[in-house]
Design a protein around this ligand. Structure first.
Ligand SMILES: [Zn+2]
Length: 258
């Protein structure tokens, strides 16, 4: 069923002969354009023209690889099912709108017909021609729209059903794409985390190594620093307290001892 609809897209855009391209692309990925040409019994240029036209609408996409021996690029094509169904859904909706307008005008307006020429005209143009056919001068008769109305109503029902089906299929494809995307994002995140962890680990090792080295030099630096500080303190101690006060302090201490 999906195949049938996808083929109708290709038929609309290109022609009926091109429709087997759906069989060649559906459910596959990166299909070599030469194999498509061979299976469609078309030249490579004809095949590319079809594919380019479809890609204009985003219905197919490609990757290309350089042929190392021949030096040119070979294109590998993938059908974008979601995009194709979405395109078809849009077309069907336009078609449906058109048919509904036709039906409405059939129900609301009168049409006239020349039985001799089998030409039907709107009431406005019948009026312009004084209700006689400009081709054969036969008097127009009021056209019975009953048959046409019935057939329009039938087609509208059919198209409405098709829209429901295509829309459901499109939603399914959309979900598939979303799942795929989520999976890809998850993988990217996992890769990032792995890289981050590896970097962190490498950094830690480097830091530990450095710390070991620095640890040795720090201890040396600390010892030197302490000596300097002690020297400084001594100097300060010698200089700052006035002699009188020191003596007083000593006296106080001695008094307390007694
Ligand atoms: Zn006529």
């Amino acid at each position: 069923m999906q195949t049938k609809f996808l083929k109708s897209v290709v038929e609309d855009l290109i022609n009926k002969q091109a429709t087997p391209i759906i069989d060649l692309l559906l459910g596959k990925k990166h299909v070599n354009e030469f194999s498509i040409a061979k299976k469609l019994d078309l030249t490579i240029n004809q095949t590319r023209n079809i594919l380019y036209r479809l890609s204009d609408y985003g219905l197919v996409s490609f990757i290309r690889k350089k042929d190392k021996r021949k030096g040119w690029y070979i294109y590998f094509w993938t059908l974008n099912v979601h995009q194709s169904l979405s395109f078809l859904e849009g077309n069907l909706k336009k078609h449906l709108k058109n048919l509904k307008e036709q039906l409405k005008s059939r129900k609301e307006k009168r049409f006239y017909i020349c039985d001799t020429c089998s030409i039907e005209v709107s009431e406005e143009s019948a009026l312009l021609n004084d209700f006689s056919c400009p081709e054969c001068e036969e008097i127009y008769e009021l056209s019975s729209s009953a048959n046409l109305t019935k057939s329009l109503e039938k087609t509208i029902k059919k198209i409405e059903k098709e829209i429901v089906f295509v829309s459901e299929e499109r939603k399914k494809e959309h979900e598939k794409l979303e799942k795929k995307k989520a999976k890809e994002i998850k993988k990217i995140e996992a890769d990032k985390k792995e890289k981050r962890d590896a970097k962190r680990k490498a950094n830690k090792i480097a830091r530990d190594k450095l710390a070991k080295k620095m640890g040795v030099t720090k201890k040396v630096a600390k010892k030197k620093g302490k000596k300097k500080v002690k020297k400084g303190k001594k100097k300060v101690a010698k200089k700052s307290p006035p002699k009188g006060k020191k003596k007083v302090a000593k006296k106080v201490k001695t008094k307390k001892k007694k």
